[in-house]
Design a protein around this ligand. Structure first.
Ligand SMILES: NC(=O)c1ccc[n+]([C@@H]2O[C@H](COP(=O)([O-])OP(=O)(O)OC[C@H]3O[C@@H](n4cnc5c(N)ncnc54)[C@H](O)[C@@H]3O)[C@@H](O)[C@H]2O)c1
Ligand SMILES: [Zn+2]
Ligand SMILES: [Zn+2]
Length: 434
């Protein structure tokens, strides 16, 4: 595609649905002092892009797609200078030429939500790839509140307490395709797993202690030491993971990683109607569990999953159900599969419809429901740690156990959206310069 100076190529969505066009549009410029302009090296295609593509997100204006990108800073607003004290550290340290990744939403780093780690609901939050905030499936992207939003990959270990000191040495060795997973899907999988496995209703099984002594915060004197441990069978966890797209796969890997580290006994049913997606999980599970003696995973389609859970639990249901699809049929299945006092952790993005169960149904099973967007910044150190330890799954492109299927150019953008929508491929990345 011929480009004039000042123009770039980007993947654009046109409402109402299924209309993807590769267009020449102006290269973004600094608009506000806190902005940065990033030259994109790779951009991800995500299940969340599909909600926009299918028209279920109700987007009424054309927009530049994409919310996962890794790239290099080419311009910085006037807020970036060595003496920018009292602000997130990137305002005084980020330089043109630095390699960065961006969480999929903007966060200021300065509001109460950002301070407590709930960065996904920053008061300045905007989603890349929406009409208000043009996305990363482009050659260049403008990043608002960039000092709070971006990660400078050269600095990442210094910024994040708790990250091992040697991490900094490894980051330059990671492929860009691997780093891109940190923008969204790997932290989201870790978020789902962390949230569910630390839930007060799941801690009895994780810690082998009865409720409520299983929880860290109980009023009065701790009686931990006096409590008898749960009988081994009572501490077994039964888990369902509904939806085995790229985010479902990350959720599986993160949950299994926590369970192995905890020494838990578990049975997981990993559910998807699409056979190729189930096969990917089977292959990944045999890779990541080969030296583990505890735990068990079986893949299933929807009907088979109901039969398996009933058989495994004498009809009681799962302790934890992950909903990683984003539609009401998946939520309904989650309700069917969960046991009394179980939790449903939903990270699927839901459109404007009611949840498919009544308050009475939730009451009658004492179900906990968790919904919502991943706070990528809060999960980043754990996600990076998992990324480094599981390079067997996250580093290669196109292998039997690779999470990423392929890297393609913008010339096949429309076809690639169609394929991903029909589940004919797994995670795909775009190289805007190919
Ligand atoms: N909460 C967050 O922060 C966050 C972050 C990233 C993605 N997401 C959301 O996570 C979801 C999954 O993303 P993805 O990239 O893996 O998408 P995807 O569309 O590739 O995967 C969804 C999978 O669910 C399967 N499926 C559909 N209906 C089902 C049903 N009733 N039961 C079982 N499986 C069913 C599909 O076959 C598909 O494999 C999407 O809704 C996406 O928007 C949320
Ligand atoms: Zn995404
Ligand atoms: Zn904020």
């Amino acid at each position: 595609m011929m480009q004039s100076p000042g123009e770039q190529v980007a993947i654009c969505f046109y409402p109402p649905a299924y209309d993807i066009r590769v267009e020449r549009i102006p290269i973004p410029r600094i608009e506000y002092p806190d902005d940065a302009i990033v030259k994109v090296k790779l951009a991800g295609l995500c299940g969340s892009d599909l909600h926009i593509y299918r028209g279920t997100e109700g987007i009424m204006e054309p927009c530049v797609c994409g919310h996962e990108f890794v790239g290099e800073v080419i311009a910085l607003g006037s807020s970036f200078h060595p003496n920018a004290s009292g602000r997130p550290s990137l305002y005084s340290t980020l330089q043109v030429g630095d390699k960065v990744i961006s969480p999929f939403t903007v966060s200021c780093g300065e509001c109460n939500f950002c301070h407590v780690g709930f960065t996904a609901r920053c008061v300045e939050s905007c989603l890349f790839g929406s009409p208000h905030t043009p996305g990363g499936q482009a050659q260049y992207v403008r990043v608002p509140k960039a000092g709070g939003t971006l990660y400078n990959l050269q600095e990442v270990s210094a910024v994040h307490e708790g990250t091992k000191p040697d991490v900094k040495e490894f980051i330059p060795g990671l492929a860009d395709s691997s780093l891109l997973l940190l923008c969204d899907i790997l932290p989201t999988g870790v978020f789902a797993a962390f949230q569910a496995l630390n839930h007060p209703k799941v801690l009895p099984m994780m810690r082998s202690l009865p409720f409520p002594h299983s929880s860290a915060c109980t009023a009065g004197e701790s009686i931990y030491s006096a409590m008898p441990l749960l009988r081994p069978g009572a501490a077994n966890l039964t888990i369902a993971i509904i939806g085995l797209g790229p985010v479902g796969v990350c959720t599986c890997i993160a949950a299994i990683d926590f369970l192995h580290a905890n020494g838990s006994d578990f049975k997981i049913v990993a559910i998807d109607p699409v056979e190729t997606r189930r096969n990917k999980v089977t292959a990944i599970y045999s890779k990541i569990s080969c030296d583990q003696t505890r735990g068990f995973l079986e893949v299933a389609d929807i009907n088979e999953s109901k039969r398996l859970v009933s058989e495994w639990t004498n009809g009681i249901g799962c302790n934890v159900v992950f909903e990683v699809v984003g539609n009401n049929s998946a939520l309904m299945l989650a309700y069917e599969l969960v046991r009394p006092f179980g939790c449903i952790t939903s990270v699927g993005v839901h459109a404007n419809s009611n949840v498919p169960f009544t308050g009475q149904k939730l009451y009658n099973k004492n179900v906990s429901l968790d919904f919502g967007r991943c706070p990528v910044r809060a999960m980043f150190p754990m996600a990076l740690d998992l990324l480094l330890r599981r390079q067997d799954v996250f580093s290669e492109v196109g292998g039997e156990v690779s999470l990423i299927d392929k890297i393609v150019g913008f010339d096949v953008a429309g076809k690639t959206y169609e394929e991903f929508d029909r589940r004919e491929c797994g995670k795909v990345l775009f190289d805007p310069w190919r």
